[in-house]
Ligand binder design. Structure first.
Ligand code: AMP
Length: 277
């Protein structure tokens, strides 16, 4: 396993690499969700590249950025155990060198939900992913369905900018009680952690209501609000029942609609989603 920290070293390492090349972009603090992406990439590619970069441009909140968990030694051990070939861990100035002056702004699909709650977030995500895809020139790149809007934004960008990397969505990995695995879960207190499964419960209740015949978007959103209201520690930020392609809120909910929500639980912000049908 090679660990590289500069754009030039990554390019040099990948110049003669066996193809196909699979890329797994992460912010580190690797957990079972990341590992599932690596395993998929390992199964489908001759060379697997994992990147660890806590991208300042996608954080609106300086405290969230400062408090983001980092554990390079543990991450490298995970990568070695999973058979990663190349780990790219650049310092900030390697991704954004002096004079860096381009942003990628994806349009309508980046506006609602996470885009509305976190101004500038998707501009930061799209910009860094464009840099990483440009550097790695990977055949495939792996992203988690847990971040459904992020996946949609990246797919839009790759299609629009004719980036020659296939984007591969991977299912959400969950803890035994249904909470989506996340680096942020470690920051929940034990009491908050015990309350956290309500996030998934709200999504499942709405999905069940749809399966039972409910087709009103507002009724399904209300169903999620009701379940969340049963847990006083949870402060809902949004609940959404949206078209999976456009992320526009639905009045009438058909097969494949995206249920998603964001809540605050203590100091931690959690997101999750499900698909109906
Ligand atoms: P992050 O390090 O949080 O930026 O995540 C890096 C990648 O891992 C993104 O594509 C995420 O969607 C994905 N990911 C994070 N958590 C999970 C999870 N629980 N299941 C599947 N993929 C995940």
């Amino acid at each position: 396993m090679e660990v590289v920290r500069t754009r030039a070293a990554l390019r040099a390492t990948l110049r003669g690499a066996a193809r196909p090349v699979g890329l797994v972009p992460t912010m580190g603090a690797l957990h079972a969700g990341h590992v599932s992406l690596v395993r998929r990439a390992r199964a489908e590619n001759a060379t697997v590249v994992l990147t660890i970069f806590v991208n300042p441009r996608q954080f609106g909140d300086a405290d969230d950025l400062a408090g983001y968990p980092r554990d390079e030694a543990a991450d490298l051990a995970t990568c070695a155990a999973e058979g990663v070939d190349v780990v790219f861990i650049p310092p900030v100035e390697e991704i954004y060198p002096p004079g860096f002056d381009t942003v990628v702004r994806v349009g309508e699909i980046a506006e609602p939900l996470e885009g509305a709650a976190r101004p500038g977030h998707f501009e930061g995500v799209a910009t860094v992913v464009a840099v990483l895809l440009g550097l790695a020139a990977a055949d495939r790149a792996y992203f988690g369905a847990k971040d459904a809007q992020q996946l949609a934004v990246i797919r839009r960008m790759v299609a629009d900018l004719a980036i020659a990397t296939d984007i591969v969505p991977c299912p959400t990995v969950r803890e035994i009680d249904g909470l989506a695995t996340s680096s942020r879960n470690a920051r929940l207190t034990p009491t908050e952690r015990a309350a956290a499964p309500v996030v998934r419960a709200a999504l499942l209740a709405a999905r069940q209501a749809w399966a039972d015949g409910e087709r009103s978007g507002e009724s399904l959103r209300q169903r999620m609000r009701e379940v969340l209201a049963g847990e006083p520690l949870v402060d809902p930020e949004y609940v959404s029942v949206a078209d999976p392609a456009t992320l526009a809120e639905l009045e009438v909910v058909g097969d494949g609609a995206l249920l998603s929500l964001a809540v605050r639980l203590g100091a931690v912000r959690l997101i999750d989603n499900e698909t109906v049908g």
